[in-house]
Structures are given as structure tokens and as C-alpha cells.
Design a protein around this ligand. Sequence first.
Ligand SMILES: Nc1ncnc2c1ncn2[C@@H]1O[C@H](COP(=O)(O)OP(=O)(O)OP(=O)(O)O)[C@@H](O)[C@H]1O
Ligand SMILES: [Mg+2]
Length: 275
Amino acid sequence: MNTMDSTPPDHAQTARPYYLACGNEERLFKAAYRQGLSILLKGPTGCGKTRFVEAMAHELGRPLITVSCHDDLTTADLVGRYLLNDGRTTWCDGPLTKAVRDGAICYLDEVVEARQDTTVVLHPLADHRRQLPIERLGVTLDAAPGFCLVVSYNPGYQSVLKDLKDSTRQRMVAIEFGYPPADAEERIVAAESGVDPKTAADFVRLAQAIRRLETGGLREVASTRVLIAAGRLVAEGLTPVEAAKAAVVGPLTDDVQVGAGLRKMIDLYLGEGTA
Ligand SMILES: Nc1ncnc2c1ncn2[C@@H]1O[C@H](COP(=O)(O)OP(=O)(O)OP(=O)(O)O)[C@@H](O)[C@H]1O
Ligand SMILES: [Mg+2]
């Protein structure tokens, strides 16, 4: 099943989701949005891509419709289908069609998970045409003003089998994300978890050491997200060492030796008596 949710369009009533910019990503996004260009967000897990789109949608005053892509996702899941209702068939818009009609920001998360025959439907939408052909209805919709297609993927997970077609990629402008610089990440971890600045700084130093491991046997390194989870455990009264072991080691690896190595690093960076 694909998940679909939309934020309320009445952004004036809500605070902008907290997002701390780390480069020119906000200027880039807004420029692309104003030009009606589609946007490709690239970056590792837990580095802030989703939060960034939420903040941009809020700032631009557009509804946000999110679809988590997976390999069973069909064109009908995106565009819509006829459903049987009380013995009658009625058309039901999919999330992409709804976004096109409403002038919403449509965010396709982990788009490479979707099969290429599914993403082909994005082509006329993603380029200057800004059109969505709906074969089953025999119509082609022009995207309403404000519509913007945003897709994300994590290049680290990429396999030869799973890649976006070049013709899809070249219809988009890319914004590259990495983990935030140390000072920004410390602020983010403190703000999101409520830990004091020193604890946030310790977690970030640990994460940076893990990120420097080149042959650590890890598929992914410690993300900003896991540091925030560790911070939340500290806010509940656990020690930083306990919190980091629970929030960082288990989520990162099942390998006993790699796990033991990470635990040692945690003792070293966060244990009693560390500066
Ligand atoms: N620059 C930032 N400003 C504010 N919060 C951030 C920032 N970067 C990361 N975060 C925090 O990190 C958490 C994880 O970020 P997010 O869910 O946006 O990651 P993601 O890149 O979408 O990951 P995934 O690829 O796994 O979906 C967010 O809930 C947010 O608390
Ligand atoms: Mg995300």
C-alpha cells in the first residue's frame, strides 16, 4: 500500500515546521518552484529531506501530498482508478492527480523504489508541459498553478537495477543533501530532542567519528535522526551512553563485531570522565 497524507493548506494557522538551512537549499527550492521546475532531492537517510519539503510547502503556502514509493506501486496508485461503489463504478483520483488538480506539492519519497513503467507517467508533468494524461478517463489535465513535483532518493541504496531513467532525471533540478555541519547538527539535535548543548555536541562528535569509519561494515552511518532519538532517551533520564547504544548501535547494524566496535566508540566518546 502506498501511504498518502496531506498537510492542511491553511498554513497561516500553523507554525512553519522547524528546518535549519545548511546551504542554499531553500533559495534553490524556491527558485525552482517559481519556475515550475521539478525537483530531485538526493541524500542519505535521516538527513532532513522530508522535513525540508514540509518547511518549503508551509512557506510557499501549498498543500503537501506525500507518496512513499515501493516496487508494487502502479500508475493507477498514483493517477487513480475506477472503484465499485453501490453497484456503480466511480472514478477516484490518486494522489498525483489530486495534487495536479489542487496545485499542491507532490512529494514522491524514495522514487527509485517505483518501477520505471510507473514513473514514466511523470514525464509530461515534470517538463515544460506540466500535463498529466489520464488514459482511463481519456483526458489530459494541465497542472494547476502551484503544482510542484518533488522526488527524493538515497543514492547510497542505489543498485544497478534501481535507478531513475535518465530521461526522468534530466527533467528535474537536483538538490543534494548531506548531514549538517557540526554546529548546525548540534543545534538541530538540541532543538528536536531537548537535550542540553553539551550533550548534543557529544552526540554529534560521536556521529562524525562513525561517519569517518571507512571500512566499518555499515550500510549507512549514524544519521541526524538517530542522534535525535538518542537525545529523546536522554530527555527521559537515560545516560548518554545508554541512549546512544539503544538509538545508534542496534539501528545501524546486526553484526556482532561491528556492534561491539560501535559500543566501544560510544564508551570512548560519551562515557564517564570524557571531556
Ligand atoms: N536541517 C534540519 N533542520 C531541522 N531538523 C532536521 C534537519 N535535518 C534533519 N532534521 C531532523 O532529522 C529528522 C530526520 O529528518 P527527515 O525525516 O527529514 O530525513 P529524510 O532525509 O527524509 O530521511 P529518509 O530518507 O529516511 O526519509 C527530522 O525529523 C528532523 O527532526
Ligand atoms: Mg524522508
